[in-house]
Design a protein. Structure first.
Length: 122
């Protein structure tokens, strides 16, 4: 009956900063609305992340990052991905291995929403 996760919605306060983070730092393409230079006045922005859409929803309460869902993005090379975050000014944890064959780096977006980069050796 359920076909899989198709969208994750993150409530944000500062849309332009959040779009710039997910687009410019993490490299996701803005699907809607595309071709804007300033997203400050947008209330809904969709980013392509692969099989699942990341939707940024304006009107965040200012309590972002507290007991919120964590986004996990797959990467091929965890060491290269961590260095990319650090080079772009994102504080990233050391690489950890919570289970055999799984490597994880933890970080936060500009509104302190947690996310992880994960690689799997399956």
């Amino acid at each position: 009956m359920i076909n899989g996760l198709m969208e994750v919605i993150v409530y944000v306060q500062h849309m332009d900063a959040q779009v710039r983070f997910y687009r410019d730092i993490l490299g996701f393409k803005v699907r809607f609305p595309s071709d804007l230079t300033d997203y400050s006045n947008e209330y809904w922005v969709e980013l392509e992340t692969g099989a699942c859409t990341l939707a940024l929803h304006g009107g965040g309460s200012g309590h972002a990052g507290e007991e919120t869902a964590k986004l996990v993005f797959g990467v091929n090379d965890i060491e290269v991905a961590r260095q990319m975050l650090l080079a772009k000014g994102v504080a990233a944890s050391e690489i950890r291995s919570p289970a055999p064959g799984i490597m994880v780096v933890d970080a936060f977006d500009p509104e302190h929403n947690p996310f992880s980069l994960e690689s799997r050796n399956n």
